[in-house]
Design a protein around this ligand. Structure first.
Ligand code: PFF
Length: 457
């Protein structure tokens, strides 16, 4: 029961853990995805629903994941197996390890793009272009070139591995403590630049004024899915990081800080994107291409555009890196715990598997890309992995965690873990209610909706 029972590694400070876990949560999901999903779903009304789901579904599940991880001191597979030996629950943990691994396989491709775009903008590639269509052509050429897509993914995985190989405190924690403050400062500078642009007010109004007219069921699905993805839940990420957390630490307040940090950064990212977009006359509903197509074509035209544009991509790279670190740590912890491998061997093997899985994703991009249209499914390989793992498996994972804590492992042992060292959990009744009833029902509803309509988030 004592902390010295763990030879796997431990966070050395609360702030180190919070930076690392917030680093996991804050990623492309916040800076790339949140703004465009908000743009497509009517602005501030979406943000309000999103915050509601963070509080009612995200936080209770995050507390559950951290509790399972800390109690067992194991990777997701080992954690479920330890708490329920002999049954099928370990498969839920196995699903978590697989989900984290496969999310990383496509995440690293997009993360690679952010490095590529950082250099592309600095090189002046966008400086002479006229309008979005030319910017779209640059993106199409860039993403259809395997040298870029595979090469940059390899680069990203190599950087991630170098950090993970050095361990929990000397690798992940140390670098998170450097990257996260830099990220916050950069973000604040960019927000400041964006909101002080002439004409930025329209963007602020779009972003901050709620428009409830276009709300539909799909808006709620998007908000809930985004909340789970953004908080790194359902894929074993928070469970793995929780397994390195000291038992003395206040788990609930840590979860609160992580969720608040994550939400704040997502909202601030919108304050960079929308004011700049509107100031330069862009369309807020640019979809996934908002960052890679619309934005570069516009910001390049403003004074200091190269610096502003490159800084946005540097921000994205940093955010993505602290997330890929946490995603790689999931299979690494699995190999270390379950196979008894050294961290070095585990990291090298996990990184190699992920790279092999990233190649088909990378090659599926671009209209004529290899694997850009899978037989039977009719979608590209990367889209397929995104739907299966970042949508279905993630949501199923979150559902299983709520059911596991609510009914199988049990609320009582979980509360015992949370309240160790006299850490009183004041809202335990509310949490119990949310984990046992609200989370499973809400998540099942989104799962049912996704299955019936074929929509996803
Ligand atoms: N939270 C990350 C983001 O917002 O980009 C994505 C993510 C990381 C999802 C880890 C799931 C996970 F286990």
């Amino acid at each position: 029961m004592l902390d010295k029972d763990s030879t796997r590694g431990l966070w050395t400070s609360k702030i180190g853990f919070i930076f690392a876990a917030a680093g996991s949560a804050i990623g492309l999901g916040n800076i790339w995805r949140f703004p465009y999903v908000t743009g497509e779903n009517g602005g501030a009304a979406f943000v309000m629903i999103y915050i509601f789901f963070i509080l009612v579904i995200g936080l209770p599940i995050m507390i559950s994941e951290l509790t399972i991880g800390r109690n067992t001191r194991k990777n997701p597979y080992g954690a479920f197996r330890k708490l329920k030996p002999g049954g099928y629950w370990k498969l839920a943990g196995g699903l978590g390890v697989m989900t984290g691994t496969l999310i990383l396989s496509f995440y690293t491709v997009i993360a690679g793009f952010t490095i590529g775009y950082f250099f592309l903008i600095l090189s002046g590639k966008f400086s002479g272009i006229h309008g979005v269509s030319q910017s779209g052509e640059i993106f199409a050429r860039f993403s259809a070139n395997p040298f870029n897509t595979i090469g940059l993914s390899v680069l990203f995985i190599v950087i991630t591995s170098v950090i993970v190989i050095n361990g929990v405190s000397k690798g992940i924690e140390k670098w998170s403590k450097i990257f996260m403050p830099v990220l916050v400062v950069l973000l604040i500078l960019l927000v400041f630049r964006s909101v002080t642009l002439k004409g930025s007010l329209k963007g602020l109004e779009f972003y901050l004024k709620p428009n409830f007219d276009n709300l539909s069921v799909s808006t709620f699905i998007q908000a809930l899915g985004q909340a789970l993805f953004s908080l790194s839940l359902g894929g074993g990420g928070m469970m793995t990081y929780g397994s390195y957390l000291s038992r003395k630490e206040k788990l609930v307040s840590s979860a609160g800080y992580i969720a608040a940090f994550d939400t704040m950064i997502a909202i601030l990212a919108g304050l960079i994107i929308f004011p700049a977009l509107f100031a330069m006359g862009g369309d807020p509903e640019g979809g996934p291409g908002l960052i890679f197509v619309t934005l570069p074509s516009l910001i390049i035209k403003m004074p200091g555009g190269i610096l502003f544009g490159a800084s946005i991509f540097l921000l994205l790279t940093l955010a993505a890196l602290t997330t890929t670190i946490s995603l790689l740590e999931i299979p690494v912890a699995y190999f270390v715990d379950e196979r008894g491998w050294s961290r070095k061997k585990a990291t090298l093997l996990a990184a190699s598997i992920i790279l092999l899985l990233a190649i088909p994703s990378a090659l599926s991009l671009g209209a004529s890309g290899w694997l850009s249209k899978l037989p039977f499914f009719g979608i590209g390989f990367m889209d397929f992995i995104v739907i299966v793992f970042a949508n279905y498996a993630l949501v199923i994972g979150a559902f299983l965690i709520a059911v596991f804590v609510g009914y199988s492992w049990g609320i009582k042992p979980a509360l015992h873990e949370i309240e160790l060292y006299g850490n009183n959990f004041r809202l335990k009744r509310v949490w119990t209610l949310l984990v046992k009833y609200v989370c499973p029902v809400a998540i099942l509803a989104i799962l049912g909706y996704m299955l019936v309509t074929g929509n996803y988030f």
